[in-house]
Design a protein around this ligand. Structure first.
Ligand SMILES: CC(=O)N[C@H]1[C@@H](OP(=O)(O)OP(=O)(O)OC[C@H]2O[C@@H](n3ccc(=O)[nH]c3=O)[C@H](O)[C@@H]2O)O[C@H](CO)[C@@H](O)[C@@H]1O
Ligand SMILES: C=C(OP(=O)(O)O)C(=O)O
Length: 430
């Protein structure tokens, strides 16, 4: 199994190209199930999750054609991909595929809207909490679907004549359930109003793509999204928005290691709250023509308290990375996780490197230490794995991160991007 070896101590200087967002690419790819025309997506990141979803979509009858690549970049970076689903070949999403990635469960929305039925295995994904699907069940039920759980699968059936538009207020904000309701409602009869909708940029990106496909959607990016159902959707061409989590991760890596890096093809507006926390920690952050410049020259890392929240709050997907940064701060900081109940698995791994962290319920107390020392550590989930890489950049000596298949789910060519900026990071294949 591959591992990542990091030798800490080098500053980061240079340019890091930011990839298309995994968490936008996945629902966008799934939207291809809604039309018999071709949906072309540009800037699709080359990631394990994307490859797996291609297989899952293939099983439903989507023909996938890959071509094109970003200028000035080698093979392996984001690509342009064409998705064509002339007819739905299979409305079942099997356990073997869905258990590996939570987002694959989201096919339930388009399958139900276009075919009137779906049989989808209950999902898997990062083990960061229980992650139930009650909001999906309640939301789709509101659109008239019958939802039954049977042998680990959800059997969903639309009424004769298709889903029916309705008003539904989510009792809790859910990104995935918002994606699914929005996709399902595009082909429902009548108007759907989703209350307490997720406001994440990835929801807006999906809405923009659906609108380009002929959907009638307003309000995406606010808590109330209105969808007027149409009888069919067409193909479209859409560019996946930049990955704000990858952007924040590298910004935190620079704040940790020191140096001066320009993050290209991204946008500060996607992660205001996280960048503000980084500024308070001592990083110098400014906008460039098509990205963000992050610097930390001299000066220690100041302790900053954060609380994760749905967008526009501090993203849970950057919590582990920020904790890694705080392990080297000059004081004590507190990080409270409000989205997932079990998203602190990086704590014990960071402790192997010498971090001083204690947990009390959903809050971690981090007492900054003067030095971290490299050690063998284990990746436990996607963002936890990259937090160990960030810590390794500032640790003395060698850090070896194992189980990096988690990392490959969400970070396109991480070792390449960091190495070009002066870090010593390499993949070791045993
Ligand atoms: C592929 C993708 O885009 N994944 C992101 C998405 O995950 P995902 O869409 O799975 O996360 P949600 O926004 O749905 O989860 C938020 C909270 O709602 C709970 N919940 C969700 C659905 C449900 O039916 N019932 C329920 O209780 C979850 O357990 C969690 O506590 O948003 C999360 C929150 O920003 C991110 O961390 C993930 O990276
Ligand atoms: C938790 C994540 O992904 P998933 O929802 O697919 O588990 C993530 O992207 O950080």
């Amino acid at each position: 199994m591959d591992r990542i070896r990091i030798v800490g101590g080098n500053e980061l200087n240079g340019i890091i190209p930011i990839s298309g967002a995994k968490n936008a690419a996945l629902p966008l790819m799934i939207a291809s199930l809604l039309t018999s025309d071709t949906l072309t997506l540009e800037n699709v990141p080359h990631l394990a999750d994307v490859e797996l979803l291609m297989r899952i979509l293939g099983n439903h009858g989507v023909d996938v054609a890959v071509n094109g690549r970003r200028e000035r970049q080698e093979d392996g970076y984001s690509r342009t991909i064409h998705f064509t689903c002339r007819t739905i070949a299979d409305t079942t999403a099997p356990y073997e595929l869905v258990a590996k990635m939570r987002a694959s469960f989201w096919v339930i929305g388009p399958l139900l809207a276009r075919e009137g039925q779906a049989r989808v295995s209950l999902p898997g994904g990062c083990a960061i909490g229980t992650r139930p699907v009650d909001l999906f069940i309640d939301g789709l039920t509101a659109l008239g679907a019958t939802m039954e759980i049977d042998g680990g699968y959800i059997n969903a059936t639309a009424p004769k004549g298709g889903l029916i538009g309705a008003r539904y207020v989510f009792p809790k904000v859910s990104v995935g359930a918002t994606h699914v309701m929005m996709m399902a409602a595009t082909l429902a009869r009548g108007t759907t109003v989703i209350g307490n909708a997720a406001r994440e940029p990835e929801v807006v990106d999906l809405a923009n793509c659906l609108i380009a496909m002929g959907a009638k959607i307003s309000g995406a990016g606010t808590s109330t999204i209105t969808i007027e159902g149409v009888t069919s959707l067409s193909g479209a061409r859409h560019r996946v928005l930049p990955d704000r989590i990858e952007t924040g991760t590298y910004a935190m890596a620079v704040a940790m290691a020191g140096g001066d890096v320009t993050l290209e093809n991204t946008d500060m507006a996607l992660l205001d709250t996280a960048l503000e926390s980084l500024r308070r920690a001592g990083a110098d952050i400014s906008a460039t023509n098509n990205g963000i410049r992050v610097r930390r020259n001299g000066g220690g890392i100041k302790p900053v308290d954060i609380v994760t929240d749905p967008f526009p709050g501090f993203p849970t997907d950057l919590q582990a990375q920020f904790m890694a940064l705080m392990t080297r701060s000059t004081g004590t900081s507190h990080i409270t996780e409000t989205i997932f109940e079990n998203r602190f698995m990086h704590v014990q791994e960071l402790a192997r490197l010498g971090a001083k962290i204690s947990l009390s319920g959903q809050t971690a107390k981090i007492e900054g230490v003067e030095r971290l020392k490299g050690a063998p550590v284990m990746a436990t989930d996607l963002r936890a794995s990259v937090s160990l890489v960030i810590a390794g950049l500032a640790a003395e000596g060698e850090t070896l991160v194992s189980r990096i298949y988690h990392l490959d789910r969400g970070f396109e060519r991480l070792e390449d991007k960091l190495t070009r900026c002066g870090a010593v990071v390499e993949r070791i294949s045993d």
